[in-house]
Design a protein around this ligand. Structure first.
Ligand SMILES: [Mg+2]
Ligand SMILES: [Zn+2]
Length: 191
């Protein structure tokens, strides 16, 4: 079943957004979903939104992680979610360190553009959710709706950002997404 055309694709950061950010997570056994994450993901699935994970995994470029390990952790996360009926459509990550000058590290849009081609969605008809300024900037670069996941309105990297919405949980993000879609709002409104 393909999602209704009006449904936005949801571009999710992984660490600090879906799961607890341990800093260069290197053990599938330490995956812990954040409060409200599963409820939010289920709500999107129920409405037919596509779910895409886009993650910066600079631990690989820094020599602290391997691609094989990151793939294993991502696979484990997908298994955990699948047990509750949540199917993630695609998982993308940038393996480079910030200094490598790649074109796939967020806020660069390349990985989302790849997903958009593969799944046939409009990169501007997205909701991008993350805890860092680079996540908010990614949403802005795509022309989508940006949501900062934050308890206090600040980014977890301490850099300024101007998201369309600040949300405390993915559950709240899913509620706002549904409202935007149901209202057919051409522009994001402040929460
Ligand atoms: Mg993050
Ligand atoms: Zn990269």
């Amino acid at each position: 079943m393909s999602p209704p055309a009006a449904r936005r694709a949801i571009v999710l950061d992984r660490d600090g957004t879906m799961i607890v950010d341990h800093g260069y997570l290197d053990d599938p056994g330490r995956i812990a979903l954040l409060p409200g994450a599963l409820a939010g993901l289920k709500a999107w699935v129920a409405r037919g939104n596509r779910l895409i994970i886009v993650s910066n995994q600079s631990g690989i470029g820094r020599g602290m992680l391997t691609r094989e390990l990151v793939d294993r952790i991502n696979g484990r996360l997908l298994e955990i979610l699948a047990r509750d009926g949540v199917r993630i459509d695609g998982v993308y990550y940038c393996p480079h360190a910030p200094g490598e000058g790649c074109d796939c590290r967020k806020p660069a849009p390349r990985l989302v553009l790849e997903a958009a081609r593969r799944f046939g969605f409009d990169p501007g008809h997205t909701v991008v959710i993350g805890d860092k300024s680079s996540d908010v900037e990614l949403g802005q670069n795509l022309g989508g709706v940006s949501m900062l996941l934050s308890a206090d309105g600040k980014t977890s990297d301490g850099l300024p950002a101007h998201p369309d919405f600040v949300v405390a949980t993915l559950e709240q993000a899913a509620r706002i997404t549904a409202r935007l879609e149901d209202e057919g709002a051409p522009r994001a409104q402040k929460a």
